[in-house]
Design a binder for this molecule. Structure first.
Ligand code: UDP
Length: 524
């Protein structure tokens, strides 16, 4: 157990190389996995990476997008991105929302309500259709990401085994699972609004969650910041975390060295946990190097925004470790004032800047970039590249990048760890606070900004991280640990092999549709 002490990456012993026999070689009938990601980049991208890993090992994959996202991907990346190929098909189901619903302020909540209450029937119809499509093997596993546990119910009804993919960290899963217990013990809901600001969240420390370091309430999921015991976000996220673990197996995009204590605690409760991260590194290890094949084959995500590959060319012109890369992910929204504080803080840091500004990054602005302070361009002329959306994993792995100013989404955090890039964290929602806690206090690869953005602090923190030899060295060791984990014989690599073997043995059991309902997945 870690008690406020920074842990150092263990280089780990690479275990003897065990060749990955493809499922096709092991199985007479390939498993058919239906992957159902929650419709946002933070779930679609890792789900697609996982789907590619499974396909690489011979599984037949059906990747299910919402119709809305399917059209968006086609609009940004072209029809080829979702055309599929041999043994890998894309399908789409409606998410139940109208275009008018998408414009609403509470779109995120509306989407969660809609997917969880209206997607079961279309998914069931899709699976039944797949099962009667000539040339398509019968569906042998339904694999939803977090927030899509309705798909587990559909699978159960049809007697199909399941695996759940929690796309956050193991620590975030553990804390989300404990939200109900926090409520039962009287920590939640907050007594009144003043508890948001009176120090209660900062001074209340929870030290009884298995595998977790002592955590202040402020480091927990933001869904606990409510005075309503029946708050939708609190209920939904707590129950979705616990539902995830009801699948026949649980998959996590993390690696054992990174979250050893909490993974041990999770495994004590749930025996079938596969840790296959960082998935981007695992895919590289399997030969899916970005840029190495056709656009469809090499892409490690499906972009809902048009990607700017020019930023890579710009990075090529920059010196080693000289650039601060700024990206707040796919959901974060800033006020114009926060945007201005970040802009002036970055300008004052004196460093080169690569800043992804999504069109909808700023509340109330039609095009967020236009909301930048008028003098920012002149102030940073020659040292700033702005772009709406970039191929993030490639950016983080570029040698010119020295630091990542991030909202601490799990994918971004994991990708940064895998790339060996230290972080300046500005968490603002859900599990981002927990990720930030681990980055700064457990792994020692980042510093945290206050919730209230101030240009002086932005500049100081960016300078501190860019100038810290120590942090750079620790980050480099985590990068190596991630590479060892995902390399042949590493723990993530082995876990991935166990996962594909479990899928294979299920798909070849005697009567998959009659008997699988009550069976368990078998590890070696
Ligand atoms: N991403 C990207 N380009 C961008 C911004 C983000 O490819 O310009 C990807 C990023 O690599 C990550 C995902 O989008 O895989 C964002 O997920 P994360 O969990 O970090 O944050 P969220 O968007 O869910 O808040």
């Amino acid at each position: 157990m870690i008690h406020g002490k920074i842990i150092r990456p263990d280089r780990g012993e690479a275990r003897p190389i065990k060749r990955a026999r493809s499922l096709a070689a092991m199985a007479t009938r390939p498993p058919h996995v239906v992957v159902v990601p929650y419709p946002g980049s933070g779930n679609i991208n890792p789900a697609l990476q996982l789907a590619k890993v499974l396909h690489h090992h011979g599984a037949y994959v059906t990747f299910v997008n919402t119709e809305h996202n399917h059209r968006r991907v086609q609009a940004t990346e072209g029809a080829g991105a979702v055309r599929g190929r041999d043994g890998f098909r894309f399908e789409a189901i409606p998410d139940g929302l109208s275009d008018a619903d998408r414009g609403k302020q509470d779109y995120g909540r509306g989407l969660a309500v809609s997917t969880s209450t209206r997607c079961a029937a279309p998914l069931r119809d899709l699976i039944l259709r797949l099962n009667t499509t000539p040339g398509v093997p019968p569906v042998t596993c339904v694999l939803p990401t977090m927030l899509m546990s309705f798909a587990l119910g559909v699978a159960r009804e049809l007697g199909i085994p399941t695996m759940s993919f929690w796309t956050g960290s193991a620590a975030a899963l553990m804390t989300h699972m404990r939200l109900r217990e926090l409520q039962e013990k009287g920590y939640l809901p907050l007594k009144d609004e003043s508890f948001l600001t009176n120090g209660y969240l900062e001074t209340t420390v929870i030290d009884w969650i298995p595998g977790m370091p002592p955590m202040r309430l402020v480091d927990f999921s933001s869904f606990l910041r409510t005075t309503d015991p029946d708050d939708f976000g609190l209920r939904f996220n707590e129950s979705e975390a616990n539902n995830c673990a009801k699948a026949d197996a649980l998959i996590l995009n993390t690696f054992d060295g990174l979250e050893a204590d909490v993974l041990a605690a999770l495994r004590a409760e749930f025996p079938r946990v596969y840790t296959v991260g960082p998935l981007g590194s695992l895919l590289r290890q399997l030969g899916h190097e970005p840029g190495s094949a056709t656009a469809t084959e090499s892409a490690t995500g499906l972009s809902l925004w048009k990607q700017d590959a020019e930023c890579l060319a710009w990075l090529d012109t920059q010196e080693h470790g000289s650039v601060v890369y700024v990206n707040f992910g796919s959901h974060t929204v800033l006020t114009p004032e926060q945007l201005a504080e970040f802009a002036w803080g970055l300008a004052a840091s004196g460093h080169q800047i690569l800043w992804c500004i999504r069109d909808n990054l700023v509340r109330g602005a039609a095009a967020a970039r236009a909301a930048l302070p008028p003098d920012f361009a002149a102030e940073t002329a020659g040292r700033c590249h702005l772009t709406p959306w970039c191929p993030q994993e490639q950016v983080l792995r570029h040698p010119a990048v020295g630091c990542f100013l991030t909202h601490s989404g799990w994918n971004s955090t994991c990708e940064s760890v895998a790339a060996g890039v230290p972080m300046v964290c500005w968490p603002g929602f859900s599990d981002q606070y927990t990720n930030c806690k681990y980055v700064c206090d457990v792994w020692g690869v980042g510093v945290r900004l206050d919730a209230e953005v101030r240009r002086e602090q932005v500049a100081a923190h960016v300078r501190e991280v860019m100038g810290s030899e120590e942090m750079r060295a620790i980050a480099a060791r985590w990068k190596e640990a991630a590479a060892v984990a995902t390399g042949a014989g590493g723990l993530s690599f082995e876990s991935m092999l166990s996962m594909v073997r479990a899928l294979s043995s299920e798909s070849n059991s005697s009567d998959v549709h009659k008997e699988l309902k009550d069976q368990e997945f078998h590890l070696d």
